[in-house]
Design a protein around this ligand. Structure first.
Ligand code: GDP
Ligand code: MG
Length: 372
């Protein structure tokens, strides 16, 4: 990934880091010179400085811990955070079934009866360690998140039905997964079926440069069945091994920063955002800004549907209190005052309007030049 930090960007375009930080700050984007720039921030900077910015791959990284020119980043309160795992794969290969199976196998039997409907993100505990899972609502949403620089995923599981093998969407998922730079685990699903052929899956994946460890490559392939539960514990153990290698850290005492994975307008509840907390702790009462929307957290529901007071690192739940429905993939950030979040949301909305306007002006100028 071609990540670029604030100071590197400043250097590249002959500005001081302070100038870059000031521009972003005026739009409510809080960065320090060591932070990685996100796609939308790069766009804004490009416009502001009148330069063309080509983005190859701008992923943010809340785990980045290093000092630059002697400036110390306070890592004192950093702790290990649970991995966020995204499940991807061809339609009908069993993503949803696998997620439901993992969840029901991990929920105390008394509660399991309460789970009737599928939810697309939740946290489970394996060997005393938490893992957060996310179902991809669709490739579009995943792409939208990536384009917005929302790198919520730490590990990607590619589900391939062992009786069906690599299909069109598996190919797409493979390229997304590779581009993300996340570790990949292949779950060969439907192993309970007579016609399951794991060697076929391995061969097809190896052709696409995802070579199984037992074939001399570096990708873990795990046979599972979302129906019987076979292989599920193995899969979870492998996720924990990958997570340990990633050494994921974040600061639970920081102001909350979460990513919207889904949002909608619910009758009687208003705008509802399903989020994953990437840093800090999100609490009821927090002033929040998300994209061009803002508000105060009125209520939080966790992944069990229970009303809670807060969401911690890598936890997911729904948040009530925004004044409008935010875009999937946008960052939700807590700030000290209501004024701050309102100002930021409004400035962003103005910026978006100005951008729209400049687009339409361009079009009309082109139309006009066509007439002359
Ligand atoms: P998704 O589109 O990837 O989310 O796939 P679903 O989870 O909706 O599953 C598609 C179909 O495959 C459903 O009819 C499931 O019951 C079936 N299915 C999923 N996993 C398994 C499995 O491990 N074994 C068998 N036999 N069927 C499965
Ligand atoms: Mg599904």
């Amino acid at each position: 990934p071609e990540d670029i930090r604030v100071y590197e960007f400043a250097e590249a375009c002959g500005k001081s880091p302070a100038e870059v930080i000031k521009v972003l700050f005026s739009l409510g984007m809080m960065v320090t010179k060591n932070d990685f720039l996100k796609q939308d921030e790069l766009e804004i900077l490009g416009e502001e400085f009148g330069i063309e910015v080509t983005v190859k791959d701008a992923l943010e990284d809340v785990n980045y811990v290093e000092s630059y020119e002697g400036e110390e980043v306070d890592t004192g309160s950093f702790i290990t955070r649970p991995p966020v795992v995204t499940i991807m794969g061809h339609v009908d290969h069993g993503k949803t079934s696998l997620l439901d199976k993992i969840r029901s196998s991990k929920v105390a039997s008394g509660e399991a009866g309460g789970i009737t409907q599928h939810i697309n993100s939740y946290t489970v505990v394996k060997n005393g360690q938490k893992i957060t899972f996310v179902d991809t609502p669709g490739h579009e949403a995943f792409s939208a998140m990536r384009t917005r620089g929302a790198n919520v995923t730490d590990i990607i599981i590619i589900v391939v039905a062992a009786d069906d093998g690599v299909k069109a969407q598996t190919e797409e998922v493979i390229s997304h997964a590779k581009a993300s730079g996340c570790p990949i685990i292949v779950a060969m699903n439907k192993m309970d079926k007579e016609s399951a052929n794991p060697d076929m899956v391995k061969a097809q994946m190896a052709e696409r440069n995802l070579t199984p460890i037992d074939w001399g490559g570096d990708i873990e392939f795990i046979g599972v069945s979302a129906r019987t539960g076979e292989g599920v514990e193995d899969l979870l153990e492998n996720i924990l091994i990958q997570a340990e290698l990633l050494d994921l850290k974040a600061d639970p005492t920081a102001k909350a920063k979460a990513t919207v994975i889904e949002a909608s307008l619910e009758k009687g509840r208003g705008p509802v955002a399903n989020v994953i907390v990437q840093n800090g702790t999100l609490r009821v009462g927090d002033n929040i800004v998300c994209d061009t929307t803002f508000g105060r957290v009125k209520a939080i529901t966790n992944d069990m549907g229970e009303i809670v007071k807060e969401l911690g690192l890598s936890e997911t739940g729904t948040v009530l209190g925004l004044n409008d429905v935010p875009t999937t993939g946008s960052s939700l950030i807590s700030m000290d005052t209501e004024k701050e979040v309102r100002d930021i949301a409004n400035t962003r909305a103005e910026h978006a309007r100005a951008k729209e306007l400049s687009k339409s002006t361009k079009v009309s100028l082109e139309e006009m030049s066509g007439l002359i």
